[in-house]
Design a protein around this ligand. Structure first.
Ligand code: ATP
Length: 246
């Protein structure tokens, strides 16, 4: 029998600028400890879905205009992003925004601003280094000089400073060389094995369906298809039509 859901979306609608209905009733579930892929073409509404969940949609003149979002058994729609992070849900946005002139360690410290004491923050930092050893090697390096893959690991590390239960991550492979994509997904795989639940938005369908157990495909603000990752990988029509695989 299935593990309980850590995150549930029921018929979620998002309205931008009070006129553009970008999500038209999206429903999905992330099981506790699960890894779910959110797929679809540009403009389908994948990033909007993540922003609705984490609450950052507000700062983009958007709002959840219908439906319900439940995290860890509690409704979270309309909560501000800081409250959502404190409840154990982090959102790693597209674009790998590191603080360019600061070191890896300083970037992590900024992710740990919520800790009540330096010791607690140190402990969190050590657990990040344990989870992503590459960051420990790079700790004194200036973030702006890291490779794309290393910067992606850094933003993931900064997010796990918040000791989350669920991570939403938007296009982790964007613009990375294939080798780096593998390294970043190895990090995600490892975090997942340590119990983190994951919702991953990815254009790189092939690589994300290797680590996900389940996938949803979006088109024009709706879920048009869902299923076990294995089944999505194997279904010929799905591969061609929705996922662009041949
Ligand atoms: P991409 O991979 O290109 O980010 P996506 O599937 O994540 O695509 P969204 O970015 O969620 O798609 O966009 C969904 C729809 O909402 C698009 O039609 C987009 O133009 C629109 N949209 C996104 N952000 C805003 C905004 N701030 N104001 C108005 N419309 C927006």
């Amino acid at each position: 029998h299935a593990p309980p859901a850590v995150l549930t979306l029921s018929n979620v609608e998002v309205l931008y600028a009070e006129v553009i209905l970008a999500l038209k009733g999206v429903s999905m579930q992330i099981p506790e400890g699960g890894c779910v892929a959110l797929l679809g073409a540009n403009g389908a509404g994948k990033s909007t879905t993540l922003k609705a969940i984490s609450g950052v949609i507000d700062s983009e003149d958007g709002r959840v205009s219908g439906g319900a979002i439940t995290f860890d058994g509690r409704p979270i729609q309309g909560h501000d992003p800081a409250t959502v992070v404190r409840s154990g849900l982090v959102h790693v946005m597209e674009g790998r925004r590191v603080l360019q002139h600061m070191t890896v360690e300083q970037n992590l410290i900024i992710g740990g601003h919520m800790f009540p004491s330096t010791q607690a923050m140190r402990r969190a930092m050590d657990s990040v280094y344990q989870a992503i050893p590459r960051l420990a090697e790079l700790r004194k390096r200036t973030a702006g000089y890291l490779s794309g893959g290393e910067q992606q690991m850094l933003v993931i590390g900064r997010a796990i400073m918040a000791e989350p239960k669920l991570m939403l991550i938007d296009e982790p492979s964007l613009g990375l060389a294939p080798r780096m994509v593998e390294d970043v997904f190895a990090v995600l795989h490892h975090l997942r094995e340590q119990g983190l639940s994951l919702l991953i938005v990815e254009q790189n369908t092939r690589v994300v369906l290797e680590i996900a157990d389940y996938g949803y495909v979006m088109e024009s603000g709706r879920i048009v298809l869902e299923g076990q990752a294995q089944a999505l990988r194997d279904n010929e029509d799905v591969r061609e039509f929705y996922l662009g695989l041949d």
